[in-house]
Write a protein that binds this ligand. Sequence first.
Ligand code: 5GP
Ligand code: ZN
Length: 114
Amino acid sequence: MQDCIFCKIVNKEVPADVVYEDGDILAFKDINPQAPFHILLIPKKHIPTFFDMEEGDGQILGKLHEAAVQVARDFGLTESGFRLVSNCRAGAGQVVFHIHYHLLAGRELNWPPG
Ligand code: 5GP
Ligand code: ZN
C-alpha cells in the first residue's frame, strides 16, 4: 500500500530499528515507546485491520504471534513477562491501519488498560 507507513518500513523506504525479520514478519522499535521495551510486530502483507483478513491470513497471524514470543525470549523477558496488545479500528486506538501487535515490557503494566 502506497501511503502506509508500515509498508514503507517493510520496503525499507522509511528507516526503522528492526529487531526481528523473516519472510512474512517484521518487528521494530516503536518510535514513541509507551514502555522501556516497546516493539511493533507486523505482517509484511498489508492487512488494514483484523476485519480485512482473508483466507490463509490466519497462518500469518500465527507466525506473528510466534515471532512475538521469539522476540520476548531474545530480549530476556521469559521470567518478567510481557504484554501483547492490538488496537482494532480507531475506536480502540488504532492509528496505523496495517495490522500490528504492540509488545510492551520493562515496567509494571496495569490492568485494565486505559
Ligand atoms: P496504533 O495506535 O495504530 O495501535 O499504533 C501505531 C504505533 O505505531 C504507535 O505506537 C506509533 O508510535 C507507531 N508508529 C507510527 N509511525 C511510526 C514510524 O514511522 N516508525 C515507528 N517505528 N513507529 C511508528
Ligand atoms: Zn501497510
